[in-house]
Design a protein around this ligand. Structure first.
Ligand code: DC
Length: 222
């Protein structure tokens, strides 16, 4: 099957909108592969922080992205054979990922890697620019969103659940700053793709959101 015929569902949206969880479940239900593109920016950020790469050095950061040794096994994520599943979720890593994601050379360095995830029988791709830039030919495009308050509360519960202390005011401030950076950057900004179905999950359970996406997918091409 030519790659362009392999089905892709893109799920884009702001941070903590629940898109990661929804994407995982949709991929499981359909038996599709999963691309967590945010993890690639987080892995680049983690590696750069560890190496002390200056966040002002776009060329050096692109080199870091280009030479990542990554592995995805089930839900676990590896960097050079080290399990970094939890390490890449730290707030500092997320904030750094958002900063370096605004750099064109970094995005370019991760471009081909992302296309390579399009494999039979299909792919669910989650991120910010999956439907707009990476997979514009996707069969279904979803833009998942939720109010800032709902997202901050989810992030708060997630962190507390992991035994990490969190402060609601700081979380709200961080979320707004990250939204602002992701939405207003010059390259591949966070916007719904043309033809995307917008789903506001503020008052929705994860399962209801998953059902809605599957329902839209079942209707594709009909
Ligand atoms: O989805 P996430 O929170 O794991 O993503 C971390 C950061 O990576 C996010 O703040 C912006 C960036 N990102 C991006 O620019 N493009 C993507 N496709 C995915 C993530």
């Amino acid at each position: 099957m030519p790659t362009s015929n392999i089905p892709v569902i893109t799920i884009d949206g702001p941070t903590a909108s629940g898109k990661g969880t929804v994407a995982h479940k949709v991929a499981d239900k359909l038996g599709f592969h999963l691309l967590d593109s945010g993890a690639l920016y987080r892995l680049t950020a983690l590696q750069a922080l560890r190496r002390g790469t200056p966040l002002s050095d776009e060329h050096a950061l692109a080199k870091v992205a280009e030479h990542l040794h990554i592995g995805f096994t089930g839900e676990a994520i590896f960097l050079s054979n080290e399990n970094v599943t939890d390490a890449i979720r730290a707030e500092e890593v997320g904030n750094t990922a958002s900063k370096i994601a605004a750099l064109p050379a970094v995005r370019q360095a991760l471009f081909g890697l992302q296309l390579g995830f399009r494999k039979a029988p299909g792919l669910v791709a989650d991120g910010r620019d999956m439907g707009t830039v990476i997979f514009p030919s996707a069969q279904l495009k979803v833009f998942l969103t939720a109010s800032v308050a709902a997202r901050a509360e989810r992030r708060y519960k997630q962190l507390i659940g992991k035994g990490i202390s969190a402060n609601m005011d700081d979380l709200l401030m961080d979320l707004k700053a990250r939204d602002d950076r992701d939405t207003h950057r010059a390259i591949a900004p966070l916007v719904p793709a043309e033809g995307a179905h917008v789903l506001d999950t503020s008052d929705m359970t994860v399962d209801a959101a998953v059902e809605q996406v599957l329902h839209w997918y079942a209707a594709v091409g009909k």
